[in-house]
Design a protein around this ligand. Structure first.
Ligand code: CP
Ligand code: NVA
Length: 303
């Protein structure tokens, strides 16, 4: 039987994602109460990072330990994948020994190739196209603070990047409205927008997109792999900073999220990032809890 994978939010049904959120909240409560929860005893997750990471690495590694299993960090510098061993061969060999694989990489086709050849579940830890694990943490944070996100209005300000694409998937799966404001040359992929055209609206001004929003979200102007474009992106994105004027356009109780790392003074002002509407630290912590629920769903008994 083919294993389930988590390459994007579209791999799970809306009901499965909602159940995952409830389980993540429950798993967090148990951890805070000091109650052990170790359903993945003896299980091993291989983590391949072709890009840098703080949150993803720490959360998966801690998560596996807390669930009673083990996480193995594999740098392409040290494994044969980095010397040209095909992705498919690596996936067949690694998955014959471990219980799951997490990959952070560049092209989305790389994680698809690993998944196609793996006999165990594969998790997308970020590609140039999607960052679904971050969305689990973001939506969990919303559920904790505001309840179900169905029917809410979310504004995405900035680059039409991997995070923006995952927000489009989330709008479809969790049934919320998504207003996107990006510079003209940095719009999200039109094919991805088309999959959720009844939920997504594109704007040219940050204030317009933020009007009546319940949640404002942004991300860096230059993602990993785009370091050389940094200067030209800074110029293009100058009007797409989330600052007090953008927050004032939103509903008064709107929340602010950012997947981090953040660049204060670029995509977000320091005032907003550290302000009372910002929930970025809770959002970052929830990477741990949401992914524990995901790991249990894919590698343990169903939630
Ligand atoms: N948000 C996020 O994925 O952070 P890292 O790059 O530190 O893993
Ligand atoms: N869009 C960013 C997200 C980092 C977590 C990147 O891909 O670098």
């Amino acid at each position: 039987m083919q294993p389930r994978h988590f390459l994007s939010l579209l791999d799970f049904s809306g009901d499965e994602l909602r159940a995952l959120m409830q389980h993540a909240i429950d798993v967090k409560k148990r951890l805070k109460a000091g109650v052990a929860h170790t359903p993945l005893q003896g299980k091993v997750l291989a983590m391949i990072f072709e890009k840098a990471s703080t949150r993803t690495r720490v959360s998966f590694e801690c998560g596996m330990s807390q669930l009673g299993g083990h996480a193995m960090f594999l740098s392409p510098r040290d494994i044969q994948l980095g010397r040209g061993e095909p992705l498919e061969d690596s996936a067949r060999v690694i998955s014959s020994m471990v219980d799951g694989i997490m990959l952070r990489t560049f092209g989305h086709e790389r994680v698809e190739a690993i998944a196609a050849a793996s006999s165990r579940p594969v998790i997308n830890g970020l590609t140039d196209k999607y960052h679904p694990c971050q969305l689990l943490a973001d939506i969990q944070t919303w559920f904790e603070l505001r309840g179900d996100i169905k029917g809410a209005t979310v504004a995405w300000i900035g680059d039409g990047n991997n995070m923006c694409h995952s927000y489009i998937n989330a709008a479809k799966q969790f049934d919320f409205k998504l207003k996107i404001a990006c510079p003209p040359d940095y719009q999200p992929d039109a094919d991805i927008v088309a999959t959720a055209s009844d939920r997504v609206e594109i704007f040219t001004s940050s204030e317009e997109a933020s009007t009546q929003a319940d949640l404002i979200v942004t991300d860096v102007w230059a993602s990993m792999g785009q370091e050389k474009e940094q200067k030209e992106r800074k110029r293009a994105f100058i009007d797409f900073q989330v600052n007090q004027s953008v927050m004032r356009a939103a509903n008064p109780d709107a929340l602010f999220m950012h997947c981090l790392p953040a660049h204060r003074g670029e995509e977000v002002s320091a005032e907003v990032l550290e302000g009372p509407q910002s929930v970025v630290w809770q959002e970052a912590e929830n990477r741990l809890h949401a992914q524990k629920a995901l790991l249990e769903f894919l590698m343990g008994s169903p939630v």
